[in-house]
Design a protein around this ligand. Structure first.
Ligand code: HEM
Length: 138
């Protein structure tokens, strides 16, 4: 459950980030693979590749879509939850790592907006997304 202040912090930062989803998403993935090389095993993406941009855009695009459903993340992300649990079997521990590199990417690009309040809201938001995407694992 997000407070009005948290919702504002999430939506207003997204208004900036949404202009550049491919580049920001690719950077978050690049940071994920460099800092946590074990995460590369799920993907077939090489550094700087077109695929990395496309996939980065998909991941951040899904996050952008989720900003429109803050009261309803379970339903909004249900299909992605099935995909990550049943089809991809992504180890749940990896979601915290990606949430972290997304935050680092946002901080690097939007230093004025990504203050402590915004970070706390985004950390909660990404944790909530991760909870939904890992809820079907067993
Ligand atoms: C695919 C979102 C976390 C591995 C996808 C797709 C989206 C997405 C939108 C594309 C689905 C489609 O094409 O229909 C997200 C979001 C995440 C997240 C929002 C959390 C914030 C992760 C993590 C991993 C992962 C932590 C593994 C380390 C994959 C893989 C694919 C995929 C392997 C398929 C790639 C391919 O098509 O080759 N994800 N994801 N995801 N995701 Fe995630």
């Amino acid at each position: 459950i997000f407070s009005d202040a948290e919702k504002t912090a999430i939506v207003s930062l997204w208004a900036k980030a949404s202009a550049d989803v491919k580049a920001l998403g690719a950077e978050a993935l690049e940071r994920l693979f460099l800092s946590y090389p074990q995460t590369k095993t799920y993907f077939n993406l090489s550094s700087g590749s077109q695929d990395l941009q496309v996939h980065g855009g998909k991941v951040l695009g899904a996050i952008g879509e989720a900003t429109k459903h803050l009261d309803n993340l379970d339903t909004a992300l249900s299909k992605l939850s099935d995909l990550h649990a049943y089809n991809l079997s992504v180890d749940p521990g990896n979601f915290g790592l990606l949430s972290h590199t997304i935050q680092v990417t946002l901080a690097a690009h939007f230093p004025d907006e990504f203050d402590a309040t915004a970070q706390a809201a985004w950390d909660k938001f990404l944790a909530a997304i991760s909870t939904v995407l890992t809820s079907k694992h067993r």
